[in-house]
Design a binder for this molecule. Sequence first.
Ligand code: CMP
Length: 153
Amino acid sequence: MEKTLVILKPSCLQRGLVGEVTKRFEQKGLRLAGMKMCQLTDEQMSEHYAQHAGKPFFQQLKDAMMVTPVIVCCYEGVGAVEVVRQMAGATSGRKAAPGTIRGDLSMSFQENIVHTSDSLETAQVELKRFFRDDEIFDYKQPPFQFLYAADEL
Ligand code: CMP
């Protein structure tokens, strides 16, 4: 089953939205496989946002991710990468559709509450960046049979 990375950004923690955001993933039926608070480093952010290196907002973006600790989360489910991306909405909070996390909770491009992996390949690389293998847990949830039909698994 797919696993994907979500980072609850400083804007999420500072605005007291951790419960609101994690509630959405929980209610959707995604399994929380890993979660920890950490202080990101410039080195980690340079690697994580390498595709934005050289852009005018690069340093500002990295600084905004390091201004407070963040919470890194690993969510699991069938098609989890795309499901989580859809739930986050478009990058800019001003463009994101109502009903999405950014559409409902953000007015900003940068202060957009969550980072989510953009593909399965990226998710695998990003999860390795922030979690050790023994920080990802493989436990069963009782309502599993009511989340998916047998042929969806
Ligand atoms: P995220 O999903 O974390 O992936 C890259 C981040 O870069 C994105 O969310 C935004 O927070 C940020 N970003 C992308 N484009 C811009 C921009 N033009 N100005 C400021 N921040 C940006």
